[in-house]
Design a protein. Structure first.
Lengths: 251, 376
C-alpha cells in the first residue's frame, strides 16, 4: 500500500479540491505541444492538485469566469483543458511517489532522483532550481534511480514504464502501481485516450488481473474503465511499446 | 538661487502655487474630459484581461490620459512663473519626454495595429534559409538587437498593441541620460556626491550618472505599475510631492519648492476626479511623466537614496512584479496570487477602496519617515 498522504494525493487528483464541487477529475496535459519555457510548474503539467485549483481560480478571476468554479465538474474540466491545466504522466507519478517516500522513508524523492550530470552546469543548475519539471519518464529508466524487477515481484510504489509507444514509437509513458496481491494489481496514471476526445482524458485508475500467474505483464488481463483487450488503450499502448519495464525506485 | 531654509515667504509662495495649480487644473478638467471622449481615448477591454472580471468591468469606457491634467497644468504654470534655466528647465523637459513616450503608448494602445515580435528561432531559420543573401546578412547583423528584444520581452507585459518593452526602455534610458548629463555637468560638483542619510556626503564622481539613469527609469516604471486602481497612484503621488515640497522648503531651494507645490496642487485636482468611480485615469502619459519628474526632483535636491522611501508604494509595487516574474521564471512558482501587489489583495477579496486607502496610509507614513530622515 502507498502511504496515507500519497493515497490522499491520488484522491485529490481524481477529485480536485474545488470548494463545493465533487468529481472534477484532473485532466491530462503535456507541455510537448505548447512548449512553454520557464513557466509556472502548474502550467506545464507538473502541478499538485492544490496548485492546479489555485491556478484555475486565478485564471477564472482574470477571465470573468468565476461562475465556472461553482458549476459542474464537467464544466470545470472543460475550463481546465481549454486553459492548458492538468497533469502529465511523469509529473503525476513524481508527485505521488514524492509524498509516499517523504512519509515512509523521510526522503525527498525529487531531490534524490538523478536527472543530469553536473558537468553540464547550466542544465544542472536548472534542474536544481526546478527539479520536478526536469523529471520525465527517461529519468525513471535510469539505473541510478530505479532497478528493473519482474512482474511477479512488483509491489505498491513500483512503476510500469512504456518506452517508444504509440503508432510512431515516439512516446513514453509511466504508470504507478498502488496495490498488488496475488490475484490483481491496481494502478493509477495520467493519460489521454484517443477515444475519449478532447475533454475525456485525465488521471485514471485501472487494474491488471493476474490471469496467467506464471506469465509476464503483457500476458495478464488489463482492465480500465471496464474495457479490456484492444479497447483498453492503455493495454494497447503497452503492447505497441518497444519496451515495457517494471521498475522499483532505489531509496 | 538658494535662500534661507524654512523661509516663511517661500512657504506662502509655495502655497499660492499649489492653490493656483489646483484651481487651474479644476477649471480645465471638464475640457480635457470632453476632448478625451471626443477622440475616444478610453479604456478598452481588448488587451486588458483585468477589465473582464467582476467589478473592474465598469472601468471599460473610462477616458485614459487624464494625467495630461497634471502634466499640462504643471508645465504651463512652471513656464509662466517658475522658469529658471538652471533649475526647472530639465525636470520639465524630461517629464515632457517621458509623458510623450507614455502618450504614444496610450494612443497606440487604442488606435494602433496589433504588433508582434519575430520569434528568436524564426530569425535563426531565416538566417539559414532566406532566399535573399542580403536579407540573411541583415538578420545576422541585427541578431544582437533581436536577442535584446526577446530577452526584455520576457520581463514585460504583452499588450499586443502599443509600445514594445524594448522601445520603452530605450526612450526611458534617453530621458535618464539627459537628466544625468544635466545633473553631472550643469549643477556642479555638489551633485557628484551622494547624500547618505544620517552620514553626510560620499563622493562618487561619474558613478552618479548610471545611478541617476537607473533611478529615473526605475521610478517612472514603478509609478506606471502602481497606476492600476482608481486613485492609488494619484493619491500616493500627492504625499510624495508634498514631502518633496517640505524638504525643498526646509533646505531653502525655492525653484523645487514651487515646482513640487505646483505638482501637488494639480495632483489634488486629478485625484479628486480619479477616485472610484473615476472620471478619467492617469494613463501612461501621466504615470511615466510624473514618475520621471519625481525621480529628477528628488535627485536634484540630492536625496537620491531616499527615492525608494518617498516613492515607497511605487517601489513596493514594482518589486512585487519583479519578484513574481523572478519566482515564476526561476522557481516555477507564484510568490503572490497576482502581481502587482494591489491585484493580489483584490484576488484575496479586498475591495478597491480598502486597498487604495490602506496603501495611501502606508505610503504617507513612509513619506513622513523619509522627511524625518532628510532633515537629519
Amino acid at each position: 500500500m502507498l502511504s496515507p498522504r500519497a493515497e490522499q494525493l491520488i484522491t485529490e487528483y481524481l477529485n480536485l479540491p474545488f470548494p463545493g464541487v465533487i468529481g472534477a477529475r484532473c485532466p491530462y496535459f503535456n507541455n510537448t505541444r505548447s512548449k512553454q519555457r520557464a513557466q509556472l510548474g502548474v502550467l506545464i503539467g507538473k502541478g499538485n492538485p492544490r496548485d492546479i485549483v489555485e491556478e484555475t481560480q486565478i485564471i477564472a478571476a482574470q477571465y470573468r469566469a468565476k461562475e465556472i468554479l461553482s458549476s459542474t465538474p464537467e464544466k470545470i474540466r472543460e475550463f481546465l483543458i481549454n486553459n492548458n491545466l492538468g497533469i502529465e504522466c511523469s509529473g503525476f507519478v513524481t508527485r505521488v511517489l514524492s509524498a509516499h517516500f517523504r512519509e515512509t522513508a523521510g526522503v525527498n524523492l525529487i531531490e534524490k532522483l538523478f536527472i543530469v550530470s553536473p558537468k553540464h552546469f547550466l542544465r544542472w543548475l536548472i534542474t536544481k532550481l526546478r527539479p520536478i519539471e526536469n523529471i520525465n519518464v527517461n529519468v525513471y529508466t535510469n539505473d541510478k534511480n530505479t532497478e528493473k524487477i519482474k512482474w511477479r515481484d512488483a509491489r505498491a510504489g513500483d512503476v510500469i514504464i512504456f518506452l517508444g509507444t504509440n503508432s510512431r514509437y515516439n512516446r513514453n509513458h509511466i504508470i504507478l502501481i498502488t496495490e498488488k496481491t496475488d490475484q490483481t494489481a491496481k494502478y493509477v496514471h495520467a493519460r489521454a485516450w484517443a477515444s475519449e476526445g478532447k475533454y475525456g482524458h485525465g488521471v485514471c485508475e485501472g487494474e491488471i488481473k493476474n490471469a496467467n500467474p506464471t506469465g509476464e505483464i503483457l500476458e495478464q488481463t488489463w482492465v480500465e474503465k471496464n474495457k479490456i483487450g484492444s479497447e483498453n488503450e492503455t493495454y494497447l499502448e503497452a503492447v505497441q511499446a518497444k519496451t515495457v519495464e517494471i521498475r522499483r525506485i532505489k531509496i | 538661487m538658494d535662500i534661507t531654509p524654512f523661509s516663511l515667504d517661500l512657504l506662502k509662495l509655495a502655497l499660492i502655487f499649489l492653490f493656483t495649480s489646483a484651481i487651474g487644473a479644476f477649471l480645465w478638467a471638464p475640457i480635457l474630459t470632453k476632448i478625451l471622449y471626443k477622440y475616444k481615448l478610453v479604456r478598452g477591454a481588448e488587451y486588458d484581461f483585468t477589465l473582464k472580471s467582476g467589478e473592474r468591468k465598469q472601468k471599460i469606457g473610462t477616458p485614459i490620459m487624464g494625467g495630461l491634467l497634471v502634466i499640462i497644468t504643471v508645465t504651463i504654470i512652471t513656464i509662466l512663473f517658475n522658469w529658471q534655466r538652471k533649475y526647472t528647465y530639465v525636470p520639465i523637459g524630461v517629464m515632457g519626454i517621458s509623458a510623450l513616450l507614455g502618450a504614444a503608448d496610450d494612443i497606440l494602445n487604442i488606435y494602433g495595429q496589433k504588433r508582434r515580435n519575430r520569434d528568436w528561432q524564426h530569425t535563426i531559420i531565416l538566417i539559414k534559409v532566406h532566399k535573399n543573401y542580403l536579407m540573411r546578412f541583415w538578420y545576422l547583423l541585427t541578431l544582437p538587437w533581436t536577442a535584446f528584444k526577446r530577452v526584455v520581452s520576457v520581463f514585460g507585459s504583452h499588450p499586443g498593441k502599443g509600445m514594445q518593452v524594448h522601445e520603452k526602455l530605450i526612450l526611458q534610458f534617453i530621458a535618464g541620460a539627459i537628466t544625468a548629463w544635466w545633473i553631472y555637468f550643469k549643477l556642479g560638483p555638489y551633485w557628484h556626491s551622494l547624500r547618505i542619510p544620517f552620514d553626510g556626503q560620499v563622493f562618487i564622481g561619474w558613478w552618479i550618472i548610471p545611478i541617476i539613469i537607473f533611478f529615473v527609469m526605475f521610478t517612472a516604471n514603478a509609478v506606471n505599475i502602481a497606476d492600476g486602481l482608481d486613485g492609488l497612484a494619484g493619491g500616493s503621488l500627492i504625499a510624495t510631492f508634498l514631502g518633496l515640497t517640505i524638504i525643498s522648503w526646509a533646505e531653502g531651494r525655492p525653484a523645487y519648492t514651487l515646482l513640487n507645490a505646483t505638482v501637488s496642487g494639480a495632483l489634488l485636482t486629478y485625484t479628486y476626479f480619479n477616485v472610484k468611480p473615476a472620471r478619467f485615469q492617469m494613463g501612461d502619459v501621466g504615470s511615466l511623466g510624473l514618475g520621471a519628474l519625481f525621480a529628477i526632483n528628488t535627485i536634484a535636491i540630492n536625496h537620491t537614496l531616499l527615492i525608494p522611501l518617498f516613492g515607497f508604494i511605487f517601489y513596493l509595487e514594482i518589486f512585487s512584479v519583479i519578484l513574481q516574474v523572478f519566482s515564476r521564471r526561476i522557481f516555477g512558482r507564484r510568490l503572490l496570487k497576482m502581481a502587482p501587489l494591489h491585484h493580489h489583495f483584490e484576488f484575496k477579496g479586498w475591495n478597491e477602496e480598502k486597498i487604495v486607502i490602506r496603501f495611501w496610509l502606508i505610503h504617507l507614513f513612509v513619506v513622513i519617515v523619509a522627511i524625518w530622515m532628510s532633515l537629519n
